[in-house]
Design a protein around this ligand. Structure first.
Ligand code: GAL
Length: 671
């Protein structure tokens, strides 16, 4: 205790030490190394960002103050006048965070508290740099808030007479603190905000690369559906011509759940091998819901013994997935019971709770992590182990998880929620990219035909296009009056798979997030529009609205469906009909698509061209499912299209030619 005390006092007087730990990435530390950090928990192996432009943080790192005092480790960073701060996790509201206090703790999002599904302690500045507090402790971040006695933030004024009086003038600083013996902060250079995000993602090991099939359409069946009912439902997609790539099974696939056995229910799924083979023959992948808390006495509980936390969750044993032995036993169980039979991924539920329904702060775990820190990273650890499980088999997966945190960028999982506000879902889409997180703007049900269509359109333009009917039992055709419009949105999704796959390659290899909020594009603050990849601009419509404003960034923009010219660097008012998805394309570009596909695969690429030719595009191709691309088994190509013919130029990877045919271009709209 005395030594710890001495260390704390010492830490307080030593200035932070800065190291350039990767090109353009500066690490400052104060106090004791507080393991595990987020990068340690995620086992992040930094990769270098391929940013050519010269950069520098726009302030002297010596201006950053760090100290350890009265139980807290603190970092203080300068803010310039007018500087805007974006990020601080998967936020459902707002854009510029300046003027706010953020208590970054994992929980399911709800009105009335500020805890989040993925509270990544990472922010991006409008001045073109980013900051990451690399800690697994809950952290409070004060953005321009908190006037200190050791600074002169503003003169004290007389409220009685001075109209400029302000109780809390902007502090000109960010202060962040954790209750702990030390903290690490990482500062990422730009020169642009997007470059800073790229450096962060690459420092964490790169972005996730889902298998190609996972970019198609996902449908989750009702909780208690039997194998026969699921087979019928999947078959009906085909009969009706609706696309389907992934079927998700909810709690009823297990013999008991909450707490779960993670074993097939012999009544509802009497022959899992046959069921999985049947789905695979239809080109459909199967994703299993799990809540990781294990039924006492079950086969899995026996295999994990003695590796549980001190408390239960809904009477389920909590595996200490941070213990290598437990993690290995989990992987072995999942491989034998599910993957060997053909399961392709998981939805990991309820890893995003607070102390009232997960476990208390003081809970203990055999690996030594406290309850409060385990809550901050439980979802990250599950993503880590499931990613490892698939990669060890040379397979890729894409899944869902309800809680995450920083440094998890390389894990192929998207976050979802039980909340259901459409506007918040779109804000989450835009804010998640800043956080190095993917978001699933799923559709579940709707009160009107219009809502069903508009939500489906948003779902189809998000990282995972999913109908989650676990409770509603809805199918895409459940609203007959708008069946055609819904089908169109789903088919659009399938056709965009080559473009989306190429976009994800940019995420994996350069760290550029697939969904790009306007603050990364050109410093805009809109949360209701975003770029999907380099060349598509999405402006979702919300229920009850017949028109909306869209701000078109630099470039000439065309309507995706009609090819009509819409404008350039201006705000336009649009009034799309229900069938019309507000989706715009950058002029001069060739968008690689699959034509007429009802699965996320096609025999040929159809480039859709807009604006003045010749049209340029890019396309990434690999085997779509293994991790061989990491050792160079892929092809990355430039496309150049004239009016009738497209040519390919090899840019990188051992595949010299595209495996699929390139169809003559479709010139959708001309200038
Ligand atoms: C919820 C989850 C839903 C669904 C449900 C099944 O926790 O958010 O998407 O999976 O559990 O019981």
């Amino acid at each position: 205790m005395t030594t710890l005390f001495a260390a704390l006092i010492l830490a307080a007087v030593i200035p932070p030490k800065w190291d350039e730990v990767a090109k353009g990435v500066w690490r400052g530390r104060i106090g004791a190394h507080d393991s595990p950090t987020l990068t340690e928990a995620a086992e992040a192996v930094p990769r270098s960002a391929s940013i050519k432009a010269k950069s520098q943080v726009p302030f002297d790192l010596k201006q950053v103050k760090m100290d350890v005092a009265s139980e807290y480790a603190r970092v203080e960073l300068p803010l310039a006048k007018g500087e805007k701060i974006f990020g601080l996790g998967l936020q459902m509201k707002g854009s510029d965070r300046r003027g706010g206090v953020y208590h970054l703790q994992v929980d399911h999002y709800a009105e009335g508290h500020d805890r989040l599904h993925a509270p990544t302690p990472f922010y991006v500045s409008s001045r073109g740099y980013a900051v990451f507090f690399n800690t697994t402790r809950p952290i409070n971040v004060y953005v321009g808030v908190g006037n200190r006695t050791d600074r002169n933030d503003a003169p004290a004024r007389d409220r009685n007479t001075d109209p400029k009086w302000d109780a809390q003038p902007d502090s000109g600083h960010v202060e962040a603190s954790v209750q702990g013996p030390g903290i690490e902060v990482l500062v990422f250079e730009g020169p642009t905000a997007m470059d800073a995000v790229r450096r962060y993602v690459m420092y964490c090991g790169g972005g996730a690369m889902p298998p190609q099939w996972a970019l198609g359409f996902w449908h989750r069946t009702p909780s208690l559906a039997t194998a026969k009912q699921v087979e019928d439902e999947a078959g009906e997609f085909d009969r009706r011509g609706f696309p389907l790539d992934v079927i998700g099974l909810e709690p009823g696939w297990q013999s008991t759940s909450y707490p779960g056995t993670m074993e097939w229910d012999p009544g509802r799924f009497p022959n899992p091998d046959k069921f999985l083979k049947g789905q695979s023959a239809m080109g459909v992948h199967v994703n299993l819901w799990e809540n990781p808390y294990v039924k006492p006495g079950s086969k899995l509980a026996e295999a994990l013994q003695p590796g549980f936390g001190s408390h239960t969750v809904w009477l389920g044993l909590v595996p200490d997935i941070n213990l290598p032995r437990v993690a290995k036993a989990e992987r072995d169980f999942h491989a034998a019971e599910h993957l060997d039979k053909g399961v392709s991924g998981y939805k990991i539920d309820e890893v995003d709770g607070f102390d009232n329904w997960l476990w208390p702060d003081h809970a203990t775990f055999p690996s030594g992590l406290s309850g409060i820190r385990m809550r901050q990273i439980y979802g990250v650890l599950w993503q880590r182990e499931l990613t490892r499980l698939f990669e060890e088999r040379n397979e890729r997966t894409f899944g869902l998880v309800r809680g995450s945190n920083g440094a998890a960028t390389r894990f192929p999982f998207a976050i979802y929620s039980d909340t259901y506000d459409h506007r918040q879902y779109v804000t989450a889409l835009t804010s998640s990219s800043l956080a190095g997180v993917l978001w699933c703007a799923e559709i579940r049900s709707a009160s009107t035909d219009e809502e069903w269509v508009r939500r489906m359109q948003s779902a189809c333009l998000s990282p995972i296009a999913q109908l989650n009917a676990w409770d509603s039992g809805k199918k895409p055709w459940s609203y007959p009056a708008v069946e055609k419009e819904v089908k169109e949105a789903m088919l659009l999704r399938e056709s965009l798979v080559p473009y989306l796959y190429t976009t994800f390659w940019q995420y994996a290899s350069e760290g550029t997030p697939p969904v790009r909020p306007m603050c990364l594009v050109d410093g805009g603050e809109e949360t209701d529009q975003y770029l999907l990849g380099d060349d598509l601009l999405v402006a979702p419509m919300f229920v009850g609205e017949t028109s909306r404003k869209v701000r078109l960034p630099a470039g000439k923009w065309y309507d995706y469906q009609t090819g009509k010219y819409v404008g350039s660097q201006q705000t336009v008012e649009i009034s799309p009909k229900l069938a019309e998805i507000p989706l715009f394309v950058r002029g001069g570009r060739a968008i690689p698509t699959f034509a007429g596909a009802t699965r996320a695969q096609g025999e040929a690429y159809l480039p859709r061209c807009y604006g003045d030719g010749p049209w340029a595009g890019q396309i990434y191709e690999d085997d779509g499912k293994s991790v061989a691309y990491r050792s160079g088994a892929y092809g990355f190509f430039d496309l150049t299209s004239g009016a009738d013919k497209v040519s390919q130029k090899h840019l990188a990877g051992s595949r010299r030619e595209l495996a699929r045919k390139l169809l003559p271009p479709l010139i959708v709209g001309k200038a």
